[in-house]
Write a protein that binds this ligand. Sequence first.
Ligand code: ASP
Ligand code: MG
Length: 420
Amino acid sequence: MKIFKFGGASVNSVERIKNLKNIVQEFSNEPLVIIVSAMGKTTNGLEKVVNAFYRGNKDESLELFNIVKNQHLTTAKYLLVFKYNDCVAQLNDFFTEVEWLLHDKPVRSYDYYYDQIVCIGELFSTCIISHYLNEEKLTNQWLDVRDLLRTDNNFRDAGVQFEYSAERIKQAIKQYQGNITITQGFIGATDDNESTTLGREGSDYTAAIFANILDAESLTIWKDVEGVMNADPKAFSDAQLIHELNFNEVIEMAYYGAQVIHPKTIKPLQNKSIPLLVKCFLDPQLEGTIIHNKLVKNLPPIIVIKAHQVMMHLKTKDFSFIGEAPMSQLYEIFSVLKVKPNLIQTGAISLQLCLDDHEEKINQLANECSILFDVQLEKQLNLLTIRHYNVEIMNELMANKDLLLEQKTKETLQCIYRTT
Ligand code: ASP
Ligand code: MG
């Protein structure tokens, strides 16, 4: 059993869906579970629908929803011949599910409505793709993952109930005679049948859960890049492909802000030593990257730049040392506000925190900290991380930068500098 995950970019046009079919065809004589995201920027479009609805703007929300609807109907029209009517009938059921909700007034939390509306993007994409594959003789079963993946009701960041989900998923795969199953990433449901989502870009995570539960031989994530690179190719023209990586390295990269793979994806795979392949859907012959449990030596420097950083300078009010008491109070504040500093530097009477610039969170944190410390903020900063750094790369990347802080371990160098 193999698991494939296709992200939004790999299904954002009629051509790309045909390309997906060509890839699936190559593997169609073995058991395959295909997890698909919403097409292109559909999730962003649906977020706009939620926002309008929650502001009480019913007409606007319906109009915005119409745009998303029509995009999908157009795609279905260009892709399908015999299965068109069946597909549209199923899409209509989903449309009704959302429109029915949009006619009401919001009485529950924003996050609740977000999940009820946004989850539809993955249902649309998989519905169209499943019908298309069937039409192309790639017989498959379509599953509504909300019947299988049980979560808590922490809307927009739902936690998966593994045991229950495992039983349902295994059963759904076992009872099907054919090879190909297609279902949605990113979404699930509570035991009250309310839809939930697992956090933006969560389809990778869904795919890893399926791989774990089904003891898959591998998970392949199909992307528009050659594989995992040692730097963002948009910022570094000489970025190199890394052919082989260890799970731990990928966890580190994700932690420092590399947008390779959703960070939650690794654990379910690592626990069962299931290799993760990152491959290019534009050229499936390319080798891509394999990520596994084995030790990988001689990695090139891996560069991650996180923009929109804030540095918070904290200083004790009475020039007393920063001891365990203020430290533990500070960590208590982090835990209450759910903030994770990207870097912390402690001195005798002062302390620096580097954080993502989420304005509301930063203001709350600054407020809380001002009870204990004098607080100063510095904005418009970048955080550069280099794993496996060497002198050349340090000199190259840190030259002419307005550096504010630098931290080094044997493996990792981090520095904060002003955005110019
Ligand atoms: N469609 C969702 C998103 O755009 C999930 C995903 O793509 O993984 O965040
Ligand atoms: Mg996506």
